[in-house]
Design a protein. Structure first.
Lengths: 690, 550
C-alpha cells in the first residue's frame, strides 16, 4: 500500500534520499553516490535501494508504495555553470540583436582589466533581427514582417539550433508579434524548444527579460532530456504517482511545467533547504529564522520572517540576470574547503579559492599543503583531530598544524591564534553575507534564530551568531539531509504576475480587480493542471508599489476580500509604512503607483508529519562519549571539553558549553557561554546563557 | 561642542580585527549606495546608477569608497577640506548635512555632481563622515566658456542644521534647476543614504568600541599603502614617458597631452603636462586628476587594493597649474571626463613599457555623452535626459578587449530602452556593436557602440565625446580602434556639438573602438573566422589585416 513519501536531493557528490512513512511518522535516510553524467541513474538507484530497505514487501515493484515523489535538482544550475546548454538562436526587434551582449554596458569588474563577462549564450551570427515595433502604449508602430520572420526561422533551422528565444520590445505590453513569431518558428522547426518573452518573463526592462528568455531556451532541451530519462526509470520501479520538482521559489511543480520553464529551477537545490528549514522551524516553534547552509565550497543564507522567505522577482545567478520568482537566497563562494592565505599587504584572507573534495584540506593527506578552514578546525580540535565522518575517515592533524604554522610565521602570530583567526575571518565573511539578506533589507538579525545545516554549518554557527549578536542557534536532527527532507514538507506553488501601471487611488479599483481576476483565472488553470483539490488551494495577493518617478518597487500585501476603495487605501498606507521603514521618509503628497500585481498560488499537499519524541529528562550524561581538549578563544587556551553523541541525545537533555556534539554528517560546537537543549523533535537548540 | 576624534591613541590591533572591521566598512558603503539608488527618481540615478558613496575619517581621508564611479572620488576628497575651511568643527551638530558641488570652493569636479556630506557623531564627537554623490542630470544646454555659465555653484553649506531642513537653501538650489521636482526627490534619496551610513557606522562603534574602529580605519589605510608599495616595487625602476593628442567636438584640431611616470623603489611619481586651460568645458581640477590617477594606478598595480586614502601615499602627482590637467578658477569643467579618460589611457601607455602584461591597449578613450533637453508638449515642463555610452575596451596581452563597455573613470548603466521611451519623447531605433571598430591585432580591440535616436517631440541635443578624428592606439603592433562619429538623418545639422531636432528626425552616435594588442598576423585563424562569422569584422579586414581569404 502506498504510504511512503520520498524526497530526493541530487547534489554534486551525493544523492540523498529521505523516506517518510506516513503511517508510522518515521523518517529513513539513504545516501548513494551521484552519477553526474546522467543524474537520473543515481536517483533511480537511490530510490530503489531505499525503498527495498524500508518496504521489502513490495518485491520487484519497489516504487509501488511511493505516495509522493519530490525532487530538488541541480541539472539547470550545472548546465548553466558549465555552459552545457544547447545551441540556441535568438530573434529580436530590428536593431537590438546585440542587446544580449551589451547588457547594461557596465564592465565586469571596476578595477580588474583582465576580468571577463560571462560568455554570451547566443553567438552573434545566431541572433537575428526582424522588423516589428510595438510602442509602450500598446500601439503598433511597425507590424511584424512575417516574411522576414519566416526567413529567420529557416536560417536558424539551417544553422542547426536546438532552441530559439524570441524577445521583442514591449512584448509584455502586447504579445501578438511574439505569438505570431512563435507560431512561425513552430511551423518551420517543430522539433526546436521555443521560449518567448511574454510567456517566460512578462515584465519591464528589456535586457533582463531577454537574458531570462535566452537562458530558458538554452536550458530547455537539457531539462527536457533529463526529465525524459528520469520519468521511465521511476516508472520501471513501479512508481505510479506524478513526480514533482522544486523551483527556485521553494514550491514544487509537475515535471511538464519544469520542462517548459527550466529557468525557474536554477535555485532548486538551495530553495529546498530553505523549505526544510521553514518546516523544522515551525515545528520547533521558531518562525523568524536565518538559514545558514554551509557546505564545502559554497554557503547559502536566507531570511524567514513569520515562517516566510521573501521572494525576489529578479536576481543575477552565475553572472546572468534572471527575472523569475526566486527565494531571496544569497550565495557566497566560501565553505569548509576555502583556503587561507596571507596577501601582499600582510592581512589574513580566506578564500575565494577552495581545495574542493579532492585533494581536500591538508589534513586529508592527499597532497594539498595550503590550509583550509577545515584544517583550522582540526588544529583547534573543534573537529575530531583523528577521524571524520563518524570514524570512516582518518585525518592528519600534524600536517594541518604545519601548514597553519607557516601562515602564523608570516603573520607574526601563534599557531593557535592563527587557526582561530581563520575562523574569525570566515565568520566575518559569513556575517557579511547575512547582512545582505537582513540588515540591507531592513531586518535586525538579533531578532532571528540562526538555523545551521549543511556539513559545516553547525561547526561555525555559534561563532556566527555571536558576531551578529543573535541569541539562538537551531541545529536540526539531520543537518546533512535537510534538503531532501524539505521535499517532503513542500507545497505546490506557482507565482503569477501582471505588470499594470496604475495610480493607487479609488479610481484604480476596477483595473486592480480585473487584473487579479485574470491572474486568478491563470491560477485556476494551473490548479486544475496539477490536480489540486479545491479545498487545498490557497491564494495570496500582493502589489508592487512605488512613488511615481521611482523605478524600484516595494511589495505590499493586499488585505483579504473584495477589492474596494478601502483596499486601495490600505495598500497606500502599507506602502508608506514600508517606504518609511526602508528609506526613512514618506514623500507626503506624491503620487503612489501600482506597478505589478502578483498572485501566489499554493496547492497544499499532505506533508510528512514528524513525530514528537517523549521527554527523557535533562540529564545528558548518557550521551557523553569522551572528552578532548578544544581551543576556545574565550579561554585563549585548550579547555577540557565533553564530547556528546548526537545519536544518543534525548528530548529534554540539557548541557552547558563548552561542548562538542558529533554525528556522522556534521559536528556542532557549543562554546562557553551557551547552553544546549534537545527538543521533542531532536533538534539541538543553543542559547546564550542569560 | 565637538572635536574630531584622533586615532592616535588607538589600541594595538591584530590583523584579524582589522579585516573584520574592513568588511563592515565595505558593507556600509554598499548599503548606502543601494538606498540611494532605490529611493531615487531620476533615470540617471535609479537606472543608470550615476552616483557613489563613501566613508571618510575625521581627518578627511577616504576610509572606504563603494565600487561605483571612480571619478566621483575626486569630489569626495575635495569637499571635506572645504567644509573644514568654511565651518568650525566645534559648531557642527548631529544631523548637520552639508551640500556642495563647486569645483573651486567645494572640491568638486563638475557642477552636476552634488555631494551630501554628514558628520557621524559618536559619544558627542565626530568619528567619521558619510558622503554620497549623485550626478543630477540638470544644468543642461549651457555655455562652457567659464564655470559661471555651467550651472549653480554651491560651496559646502548646510542643507540640514541639526536635522532641520534649511528650506531657504533648498529653494535657492531648486530655482536654479531645470527639473526641480527630480532634484528634490534625488536629494531626499541622498538624505536616506546618509541616514543609513550614520546609523550603521554608529552601530559598528557601539559594537567594537569607537577607538578600535578608528584604529582599524587607520590600519586599513596603512594596509592599502603596503599593498600599493609592494605592487610598485615589483615594477622595474625607470622613467616611462607617453604622449597623446586630445580632440573634442568643442575644439578645433588636437591638443598635446604628455606624461612622465617615474618608478623608483616602492614609490611612483606622475608628472603631466598639457596646454593652458581652455575656454571649453574640458578642464580637469586637481582633484579630478588625483581621482583619475588613483583609479588607473590601482588597476595596473593591484586591482584588489582597498579603495582608501592609503593607496595614494606612495604616489606623487603633479601637473602645471593653469594647464588643462590642473585648472584654476574660472575654467569650465563640465566635460572633464573626456580628459580624465585620456589621462587614464596615457598611464596605461606609459606603464606598458614596464609591465606590458598588466595593461590594455588604449580603450575607446572617452565617455560618449548625449544630453537632451526639451519642453513637454503636454504641460510645458522641461525634461532633461542624459545618457553616457560605453565603447570598445583595449585588447589585453592574452585576450581580446571587451566590446561595448564603460571604461576607466566611469561605469554607469545604460537606460533601458523601455524606461527611456516611457519617460521621454524619444524612440531608440537601434543599439548595436559597430563592425570593424575594434583595433586589429593578435588580440582584437573591443567594438564601439551605435545608438540611433528619433525625436518624437522637438528638442535639443548636445554630444560630448572624443576620438572623432584620432584613433585609440594599439600596443606592440596592434591596430588602432575605429573612431567615434555622429551620423545625421535628413534635415539634422550639428553646429559644433549641438543640434535642434524636430519631431520625427533621427541621428546616431557612434562610440570609438579599443586598440588591438600584438601584430594581427599572429591572430589565431579560428579567431579571425569567428570574427568574420559574427560580423565583428568585414571580409575586407579579414583579407587586408589578417591575410585571410574568406
Amino acid at each position: 500500500m502506498a504510504r511512503w513519501r520520498v524526497g530526493v536531493d541530487s547534489g554534486g557528490t551525493f544523492t540523498d534520499v529521505c523516506l517518510f512513512d506516513e503511517e508510522e511518522g518515521r523518517v529513513e535516510v539513504w545516501k548513494v553516490s551521484s552519477t553526474p553524467d546522467d543524474p537520473s541513474r543515481g536517483i533511480a538507484q537511490g530510490v530503489e535501494e531505499g525503498m527495498r530497505r524500508v518496504a521489502p514487501e513490495a518485491g520487484e515493484q519497489p516504487g509501488a508504495p511511493v505516495a509522493y515523489f519530490g525532487h530538488g535538482t541541480t541539472v539547470a544550475t550545472n548546465a548553466l555553470i558549465q555552459h552545457r546548454g544547447v545551441r540556441t538562436g535568438l530573434v529580436t526587434t530590428d536593431g537590438f540583436r546585440d542587446l544580449l551582449e551589451i547588457g547594461r554596458q557596465k564592465r565586469p569588474d571596476l578595477y580588474d582589466m583582465q576580468a571577463d563577462k560571462p560568455p554570451t549564450l547566443v553567438p552573434r551570427d545566431l541572433r537575428l533581427e526582424v522588423p516589428e515595433r510595438v510602442r509602450h502604449t500598446g500601439e503598433i508602430d511597425t507590424p511584424l514582417d512575417e516574411d522576414r520572420m519566416r526567413a529567420a526561422a529557416r536560417a536558424l533551422r539551417e544553422a542547426g539550433v536546438k532552441a530559439v528565444a524570441v524577445s521583442f520590445l514591449y512584448g509584455f505590453v502586447r504579445p501578438e508579434h511574439e505569438q505570431r513569431a512563435v507560431a512561425i518558428l513552430r511551423e518551420e522547426m517543430p522539433e526546436a524548444f521555443i521560449s518567448a518573452g511574454h510567456k517566460i518573463a512578462p515584465e519591464f526592462r528589456e535586457f533582463e527579460r531577454l537574458s531570462t528568455v535566452v537562458l530558458n531556451a538554452y536550458l530547455g532541451p537539457v531539462m527536457r532530456r533529463y526529465i525524459e530519462r528520469l520519468t521511465p526509470r521511476l516508472q520501471s520501479l513501479g512508481m505510479t504517482v506524478a513526480p514533482h520538482l522544486t523551483q527556485s521559489n521553494g514550491g514544487v511543480i509537475g515535471f511538464s511545467t519544469a520542462a517548459d520553464m527550466p529557468v525557474r529551477t536554477v535555485l532548486s537545490g538551495p530553495s529546498t533547504g530553505v523549505v526544510g528549514a521553514q518546516a523544522i522551524g515551525a515545528l520547533a516553534g521558531f518562525e523568524d529564522l536565518i538559514t545558514f547552509d554551509m557546505g564545502g565550497t559554497s554557503t547559502d543564507v536566507a531570511l524567514l520572517q513569520g515562517g516566510q522567505c521573501k521572494l525576489t522577482s529578479e536576481a543575477v545567478v552565475h553572472g546572468y540576470p534572471i527575472k523569475a520568482p526566486m527565494l531571496d537566497i544569497h550565495t557566497v563562494g566560501a565553505g569548509g574547503g576555502s583556503i587561507a592565505h596571507v596577501d601582499a599587504g600582510g592581512l589574513l584572507k580566506v578564500g575565494p579559492r577552495s581545495c574542493g573534495a579532492d585533494p581536500g584540506p591538508v589534513c586529508y593527506d592527499r597532497g594539498n599543503t595550503e590550509p583550509a578552514t577545515t584544517d583550522a578546525n582540526v588544529v583547534l580540535q573543534t573537529l575530531n583531530p583523528t577521524h571524520l565522518l563518524g570514524g570512516r575517515m582518518a585525518v592528519r592533524q600534524d600536517l594541518a598544524k604545519t601548514a597553519i604554522g607557516q601562515l602564523a610565521e608570516k603573520l607574526g602570530l601563534g599557531v593557535m591564534e592563527t587557526a582561530q583567526g581563520i575562523l574569525s575571518v570566515v565568520t566575518a565573511n559569513m556575517a557579511r553575507a547575512i547582512r545582505v539578506i537582513s540588515v540591507q533589507r531592513g531586518h535586525d538579525p538579533r531578532d532571528y534564530t540562526l538555523m545551521a545545516f549543511g556539513g559545516a554549518g553547525p561547526l561555525h554557527a555559534a561563532r556566527l551568531a555571536k558576531e551578529l549578536e543573535m541569541k539562538r542557534v537551531l541545529v536540526p536532527r539531520n543537518p546533512g539531509i535537510l534538503c531532501a527532507m524539505g521535499l517532503l514538507l513542500t507545497d505546490l506553488r506557482a507565482d503569477f504576475a501582471a505588470t499594470k501601471l496604475l495610480t493607487a487611488d479609488a479610481a484604480a479599483v476596477p483595473e486592480v480587480a480585473a487584473g487579479f481576476a485574470q491572474l486568478g483565472q491563470r491560477a485556476a488553470e494551473w490548479f486544475g493542471h496539477e490536480g489540486i483539490a479545491p479545498k487545498a488551494r490557497r491564494l495570496t495577493r500582493t502589489a508592487d508599489m512605488r512613488y511615481q518617478g521611482q523605478n524600484y518597487e516595494l511589495a505590499v500585501p493586499l488585505p483579504e476580500g473584495e477589492i474596494t476603495g478601502e483596499t486601495l487605501r490600505t495598500l497606500t498606507e502599507g506602502f508608506a509604512e514600508a517606504h518609511r521603514q526602508r528609506y526613512g521618509f514618506v514623500a507626503e503628497g506624491e503620487t503612489v503607483q501600482i506597478v505589478t500585481l502578483r498572485l501566489e498560488a499554493t496547492g497544499l499537499v499532505r506533508k510528512a508529519e514528524l513525530k514528537a519524541y517523549p521527554e527523557a529528562g535533562p540529564d545528558a550524561a548518557g550521551a557523553i562519549t569522551g572528552q578532548r581538549p578544544v581551543w576556545f578563544p574565550e579561554a585563549g587556551d585548550f579547555v577540557p571539553t565533553p564530547i556528546y553523541s548526537r545519536d544518543a541525545l534525548q528530548p529534554g537533555n540539557r548541557f552547558a558549553g563548552p561542548a562538542i556534539v558529533e554525528q556522522m554528517d556534521t559536528t556542532t560546537v557549543v562554546p562557553p557561554g551557551m547552553n544546549a537543549r534537545v527538543d521533542a523533535y531532536l533538534n539541538l537548540i543553543l542559547e546564550v546563557t542569560a | 561642542m565637538s572635536q574630531a576624534l584622533q586615532a592616535g591613541t588607538a589600541p594595538a590591533l591584530d590583523p584579524i580585527t582589522v579585516e573584520v572591521i574592513g568588511a563592515a566598512l565595505s558593507s556600509i558603503v554598499e548599503e548606502t549606495g543601494e538606498a540611494l539608488i532605490r529611493a531615487s527618481y531620476s533615470t540617471n540615478i535609479k537606472e543608470r546608477r550615476d552616483c557613489s558613496t563613501a566613508l571618510f575619517n575625521a581627518a578627511g581621508e577616504t576610509l572606504c569608497q563603494a565600487e561605483h564611479i571612480p571619478i566621483h572620488l575626486g569630489s569626495f576628497i575635495g569637499i571635506i577640506p572645504h567644509i573644514m575651511r568654511r565651518h568650525a568643527v566645534e559648531e557642527m551638530r548631529p544631523g548637520d548635512v552639508f551640500v556642495g558641488n563647486d569645483a573651486y570652493e567645494g572640491g568638486g569636479t563638475h557642477l552636476p555632481d552634488i555631494v551630501l556630506a554628514e558628520p557621524i557623531f559618536v559619544e558627542g564627537r565626530i568619528a567619521a563622515w558619510t558622503v554620497n554623490l549623485a550626478h543630477h542630470s540638470d544644468f543642461a544646454d549651457r555655455g562652457h566658456a567659464h564655470i559661471y555659465q555651467e550651472g549653480l555653484r554651491i560651496p559646502p553649506v548646510r542643507l540640514y542644521r541639526a536635522g532641520e531642513l534649511q528650506k531657504d537653501i533648498q529653494d535657492l538650489i531648486l530655482l536654479n534647476c531645470q527639473v526641480p521636482h527630480e532634484r528634490l526627490s534625488d536629494l531626499r534619496a541622498q538624505m536616506a543614504a546618509n541616514r543609513v551610513g550614520v546609523q550603521r557606522f554608529q552601530a559598528l562603534c557601539g559594537k567594537y568600541g569607537t577607538e578600535t574602529v578608528l584604529a582599524a580605519g587607520s590600519a586599513l589605510l596603512d594596509y592599502a599603502e603596503r599593498k600599493m608599495r609592494a605592487g610598485i616595487a615589483a615594477i622595474p625602476d625607470g622613467t616611462y614617458a607617453f604622449e597623446d593628442a586630445f580632440d573634442s567636438p568643442e575644439i578645433d584640431g588636437t591638443l598635446p597631452f604628455s606624461l612622465r611616470v617615474t618608478v623608483r623603489g616602492d614609490g611612483m611619481a606622475l608628472d603631466f603636462d598639457g596646454p593652458d586651460q581652455m575656454r571649453a568645458g574640458l578642464n580637469m581640477t586637481y582633484t579630478a586628476l588625483l581621482a583619475t590617477v588613483y583609479y588607473a594606478v590601482k588597476s595596473v598595480v593591484d586591482p584588489t587594493i582597498l579603495p582608501n586614502a592609503g593607496l595614494a601615499r606612495p604616489l606623487t602627482v603633479t601637473a602645471r597649474e593653469g594647464s588643462m590637467l590642473n585648472c584654476r578658477h574660472p575654467a569650465a569643467v563640465n566635460g572633464r571626463l573626456q580628459a580624465c579618460q585620456r589621462v587614464s589611457d596615457m598611464i596605461l601607455g606609459a606603464l606598458a613599457q614596464a609591465v606590458p602584461e598588466r595593461v590594455t591597449a588604449c580603450t575607446n578613450s572617452t565617455c560618449t555623452v548625449a544630453s537632451f533637453i526639451g519642453s513637454r508638449k503636454a504641460d510645458g515642463a522641461l525634461w532633461v535626459y542624459l545618457e553616457t555610452m560605453g565603447g570598445g575596451n583595449g585588447a589585453r596581452a592574452s585576450k581580446d578587449g571587451l566590446d561595448g563597455v564603460h571604461v576607466h573613470t566611469t561605469n554607469t548603466s545604460n537606460l533601458p530602452v523601455e524606461a527611456l521611451e516611457i519617460e521621454y519623447p524619444l524612440t531608440l531605433l537601434r543599439y548595436e556593436l559597430v563592425q570593424d571598430s575594434g583595433g586589429t591585432g593578435r588580440f582584437r580591440g573591443g567594438m564601439g557602440l551605435r545608438r540611433v535616436y528619433r525625436a518624437d517631440e522637438d528638442c535639443r541635443v548636445r554630444i560630448d565625446t572624443s576620438r572623432l578624428h584620432s584613433r585609440s592606439w594599439g600596443l606592440f603592433g596592434g591596430g588602432g580602434g575605429g573612431h567615434g562619429a555622429v551620423e545625421c538623418g535628413p534635415g539634422v545639422t550639428f553646429t559644433g556639438n549641438t543640434a535642434a531636432l524636430q519631431a520625427g528626425q533621427w541621428f546616431a552616435i557612434v562610440s570609438p573602438g579599443g586598440g588591438g594588442y600584438g601584430p594581427p598576423e599572429r591572430r589565431a585563424p579560428e579567431a579571425v573566422a569567428r570574427d568574420l562569422a559574427e560580423g565583428a569584422i568585414t571580409a575586407a579586414t579579414a583579407r587586408e589585416a589578417y591575410a585571410r581569404t574568406p
